[in-house]
Design a protein around this ligand. Structure first.
Ligand code: ADP
Ligand code: MG
Length: 189
């Protein structure tokens, strides 16, 4: 199985590139953001809990996220592989993902880090907020999310370097150009 972690700040293009990877390689996509937004839309207990954190630009607690992730992962039977989009976001989540995959005789194949400058992230997210109406894509919440990204999520770059899975991708450029770089990395696996 191919287990790909797609990584980057909010607005770095994880969702955009995941859709292309899914189509070309026939993988299953786990976007934890999409899972939580669906729960919010359906008004579930989990959705209510998640909304409080998301509206404030904060991360959902690790223990809850790790449970959700494992149950979504186990819902895919005979999968060719999975793209993890939006998970892990903390060191504790990376440890948990490694343990969860190891229990199932698997491991992360590669971590793709989409690097995009901050001013470009802000421009993209403001635009996404206007077009899609995503509640957390407003300037105030985006700023909080970027602070959380730098303090809690960016340390995963060194974590994955130490684990030998890290792959840097320049996330600035055309969507096709970025996808071509991603394919080059995946095809080497
Ligand atoms: N290479 C790119 N160049 C310009 N805009 C992009 C690029 N990739 C994605 N976008 C736009 O940036 C926004 C955020 O992309 P998205 O894939 O949702 O990011 P993430 O899932 O990492 O938050 C979207 O509105 C998308 O259309
Ligand atoms: Mg996304």
């Amino acid at each position: 199985m191919l287990n790909i972690v797609i990584f980057g700040a909010p607005g770095s293009g994880k969702g955009t590139q995941s859709a292309r990877i899914v189509e070309k390689y026939g993988l299953n996509h786990i976007s934890t953001g999409d899972v939580l937004r669906a729960e919010i839309k359906n008004g579930t207990e989990l959705g209510k809990t998640a909304k409080g954190y998301i509206d404030n630009g904060q991360l959902i607690p690790d223990a809850l996220m790790i449970d959700i992730l494992a149950s979504v992962f186990d819902s895919f039977k005979d999968s060719k592989g999975v793209i993890f989009d939006g998970f892990p976001r903390t060191i504790a989540q990376a440890d948990a993902l490694k343990a969860m995959l190891a229990e199932r005789g698997q491991e992360v194949s590669i971590m793709l880090d989409l690097e995009v400058p901050e001013d470009e992230l802000m421009t993209r997210l403001i635009k996404r907020g206007q077009e899609s109406g995503r509640a957390d894509d407003n300037e105030e919440t985006i700023k909080k999310r970027l602070v959380v990204y730098h303090s809690q999520t960016a340390p995963l770059i060194d974590w994955y370097k130490n684990d030998g899975k890290y792959c840097h991708i320049n996330g600035l450029g055309t969507m096709d150009g970025i996808f071509a770089d991603i394919c080059t990395a995946i095809d080497k696996l």
